[in-house]
Design a protein around this ligand. Structure first.
Ligand code: C5P
Length: 205
């Protein structure tokens, strides 16, 4: 069973995808980490994320890098959304994701284009969303908890900029697959969102 979970930054898709993986006993891949790994390499090497050849040169990495805390920083996330717009970077990461998705027994993958490009044949597809303001408040609370003093306005502006880049790129833009079930987490507790996600998956498989 392949479960595809897509949606914008801080929509709750990661929490939901991880919980689904646990519930159904499937391996889980956060595909955003792959783009974040490319971004971290670009930043470390002093390359330009806007130049496709630079980003492609940074696309070869071992799985160990995926556990590096530097991938979780806002700078890595922002740079990831720049490198991820390059078709050759997406091509470099495609097989890795498909191999994971098609491993025996199935998998849960979350990202932006799982249901549309990576696994269009997924058994269940969720598109997780929430209003930009609510997503910004969630991200702001996380950042504050980790000691950051960044303002809510700045976090909201960053989220809007990232949404715009992810939704307007020509290659694999962030869009719900036509056969995905939409889950709006704006006014749901985590528990309620997880319950609903399981209902929506069970209905599709
Ligand atoms: O989900 P996360 O915030 O970690 O993703 C970082 C960036 O990587 C996103 O803003 C998006 O541009 C890119 N991404 C993507 N396709 C995916 C996963 C992430 O383009 N499947």
């Amino acid at each position: 069973m392949i479960i595809a979970v897509d949606g914008p930054a801080a929509s709750g898709k990661g929490t939901i995808a991880r919980a689904l993986a646990k519930h159904y006993g499937l391996p889980y891949l956060d595909t955003g980490l792959l783009y974040r790994a490319v971004a971290a390499n670009v930043l470390r090497e002093g390359l330009d994320p806007a130049i496709e050849a630079d980003a492609v040169a940074a696309s070869n990495f071992d799985d160990e890098l995926l556990a590096d805390p530097v991938l979780r920083t806002d700078e890595s996330g922002k740079t990831a959304s720049i490198v991820s717009a390059h078709p050759l970077v997406r091509a470099a990461l495609l097989q890795r994701q498909r191999r994971f998705a098609r491993a025996e027994g199935g998998a849960v993958l979350d990202g932006r284009d799982i249901g549309t490009v990576i696994a269009p044949d997924a058994d269940a597809k969720l598109f997780v969303k929430a209003t930009p303001t609510i997503r910004a408040k969630r991200r702001h609370a996380e950042l504050q908890a980790s000691g950051s003093t960044v303002s809510l306005d700045k976090v909201l502006a960053d989220i809007r900029a990232r949404d715009l880049r992810d939704m307007t790129r020509s290659e694999a833009p962030l869009v719900a697959a036509s056969d995905a079930a939409t889950l709006d987490t704006s006014f749901l507790s985590i528990e309620a969102a997880l319950k609903r996600a399981i209902e929506l998956v069970d209905r599709q498989v």
